[in-house]
Design a protein around this ligand. Structure first.
Ligand code: SPQ
Length: 428
């Protein structure tokens, strides 16, 4: 387990950076490239551990993939050429890999076994297993199919109309990917809108997807044609620097080429609502995913209430929003976010526990947190608990904390942002 010792930053953070490619889009580019006919080229791919797990699973399924840093070529021969893997498919720490891959395996007529690390072993899978069984796939796992390892024997799927019990892009995507193999039209109804990267990318590969409000429907048996994908910077990674630039006095940061998909930009709305000085420039809508440069200046914040339909569009940013809330005058209430309990860690309990060690005043609740600000943070020994987003949030906390902060299990950040500490250092 790696340990990182960090100190307070005395004169703010300044500079212009880019962040690595979007994790959600990178996974999907590999998966759809593997199902398509022809050579798919991906630029701006995130070479973090999670997306490398996706590449390694598809290589085991027989797909020829060349990856060098953020450049990837996928030589797809269509889904019918995927073959039964000779060994267990290992997704590492990646929830997106196991859930979306299960959707694809559900449509293929062979046996596969998937598992991941100890965090994946605790994350619920019934949410994808239930609809995929309804479509006709044979899936098993511990506790009636809720936990890994999952075994899947797919094939002979039929379409379904499905109302998602939770707002989850991973469940929606697993069903849409399975529906590629099903006769008829599959419809998914979401309780709240979630990230739509799968829908956008299916379109880019030539698949017709219909989206109206919270309803997505798609005819099965459509073929995918290889294409070129440009992955913008991950707004979930940029979020750490948006908050760092806001809470660290005298800071001014610009983050270039950040993905601005409206199903992901809740963090920007919330920071502005809290009083942050933040502006988006050079907006572009000319590719599959919109992007822009974001500039942020140090600002005074005030507490806000965050809940309802904005939650799915900032769900992964809640740990870093909570840090911002510790520096806001007044109380911030986060609610309707019970999904945080089933991420890489229980992000409600762990965020509260680790930031409270540094002097924050956070009360965990059943579906969120109550944060009393503004508190002075002090250095402490804290732990990522193997969760990349908690590790990076704690590193940003260290930049405003008096004294030294030691982050245990700091290697967790490699899941989504291998160069994070170098980038942070470069801004001081
Ligand atoms: O892939 P994984 O481990 O599930 O990653 C996380 C993250 O913080 O990076 C969640 F822990 O992001 C999910 C996100 O929370 C990625 C994702 C996607 O790419 O579709 C969707 C969200 O999950 P969900 O369960 O709401 O669908």
């Amino acid at each position: 387990m790696a340990k990182k010792t960090l100190s307070k930053v005395e004169h703010g953070l300044s500079g212009t950076i880019t962040v690595p490619g979007d994790k959600s889009i990178s996974h999907r580019a590999i998966m759809l490239g593997a199902l398509a006919n022809g050579k798919t080229t991906v630029r701006g791919f995130l070479p973090g551990e999670d997306c490398l797990s996706t590449i390694s699973c598809f290589r085991q399924l027989g797909v020829d993939i060349h990856q060098e840093g953020s450049y990837v070529e996928i030589h797809g021969n269509g889904a019918e050429h995927l073959r039964e893997p000779k060994a267990v498919l290992d997704v590492g720490n990646s929830g997106t890999t196991i859930r979306l891959l299960s959707g694809i395996l559900a449509g293929l007529g062979f046996y596969a076994c998937i598992q991941g690390d100890s965090s994946i072993a605790k994350r619920p899978m019934k949410r994808i297993v239930d609809p995929l069984r309804l479509m006709g796939a044979n899936i098993d796992g511990r506790q009636g199919g809720n936990f890994t390892p999952l075994t899947i024997t797919g094939g002979n799927l039929h379409s379904i109309d499905y109302e998602l019990p939770v707002a989850s892009a991973q469940v929606k995507s697993a069903i849409l990917l399975a529906s590629l193999f099903a006769e008829g039209t599959t419809t998914v109804m979401e309780p709240e809108r979630t990230r739509d990267h799968t829908e956008r990318m299916l379109n880019a590969f030539g698949v017709n997807v219909n989206q109206t409000g919270k309803k997505v429907s798609m005819k099965g048996k459509q073929t995918l044609t290889a294409t070129t994908i440009e992955v913008p910077g991950d707004i979930s990674s940029a979020a750490f620097f948006l908050v760092a630039g806001t809470i660290s006095a005298q800071s001014r940061l610009t983050i270039q080429h950040v993905g601005m998909n409206p199903t992901r930009t809740g963090i920007i709305d919330v920071l502005i609502h809290m009083g942050a000085t933040l502006s988006c420039k050079n907006k572009s809508e000319d590719s599959i995913e919109p992007y822009a440069d974001i500039q942020v200046d140090a600002s005074s914040l005030h507490g806000v209430e965050i809940g309802g339909d904005i939650i799915p569009i900032l769900i992964d940013e809640i740990p870093i929003i909570v840090l911002a809330a510790t520096q806001a005058e007044g109380t911030t209430i986060i609610k309707d976010a019970a999904e945080l309990k089933v991420k890489e860690t229980n992000r409600i309990d762990i965020v509260a526990q680790e930031l409270n060690k540094m002097g924050a005043h956070i009360i965990p609740t059943e579906d969120g947190m109550i944060v009393h600000g503004k508190t002075k943070l002090k250095g402490a020994t804290v732990n990522s608990h193997g969760d990349h987003r908690i590790g990076m949030m704690l590193a940003i906390a260290s930049t405003i904390a008096e004294g030294k902060t030691v982050i245990e299990s700091s290697e967790a950040i490699n899941v989504s942002y291998p160069d994070f500490f170098e980038t942070l250092q470069g801004l001081q």
